[in-house]
Design a protein around this ligand. Sequence first.
Ligand code: HEC
Length: 176
Amino acid sequence: MSQEQDKIFFKNFSLTLTFIAAMMIAFYFVANAAVQSKFGLVAGDTTTVNTNVAELTEPVGRVVIAGEESESVAAEDVVVADVSTAEGTDGSNGESVYNGLCVNCHGIAALAAMIPQTGDTAAWGPRIGKGVDVLYGNAINGYTGELGMMPAKGGNPALSDEEVKAAVDYIVGQVK
Ligand code: HEC
């Protein structure tokens, strides 16, 4: 190797080393800034380090049973209905019958003009006024009213009368 070549090599090699050193310094500051903005930590400062393991490992969400909710229910928590509150006389679950079928018509706000929507006081007030037995009968046997046709058992003949009644109870219970 000639001396000239040595010079060129040395020049390139030191440029490369300088570049790597500059990158290391840059990375140090970038990482420091990132940690600081996310955790409020400053490099070398151990006083602000959060050593509360319970807080650091806290789950982001929990399953909460509706009715047992505490004030600590967070937005991420999944609230599930307490199934035991919506049972019919024979143990059939009105809410799950409702959610399995009736919700497809009675739980779609866009259809409010054609189907009385669950929770709609104006739509249900007069119906409830007819007496719950009339509602049971019309839900079980089907009926056609001013708005349209309520299919017998919501269109599922496999449902027992008790299940349909429980679902009616659930709907009536949603009217405030
Ligand atoms: C295919 C759509 C559809 C499904 C599914 C459906 N309904 Fe209905 N339901 C209607 C319509 C439409 C009316 C309103 C009829 C009217 O008054 O013009 C109605 C009315 C009712 C009424 C009021 C009856 C009255 O006398 O005023 C009850 C109670 C009822 N539905 C319960 C249920 C229950 C319980 C289920 C599930 C098992 C169910 N519906 C499923 C369409 C549906």
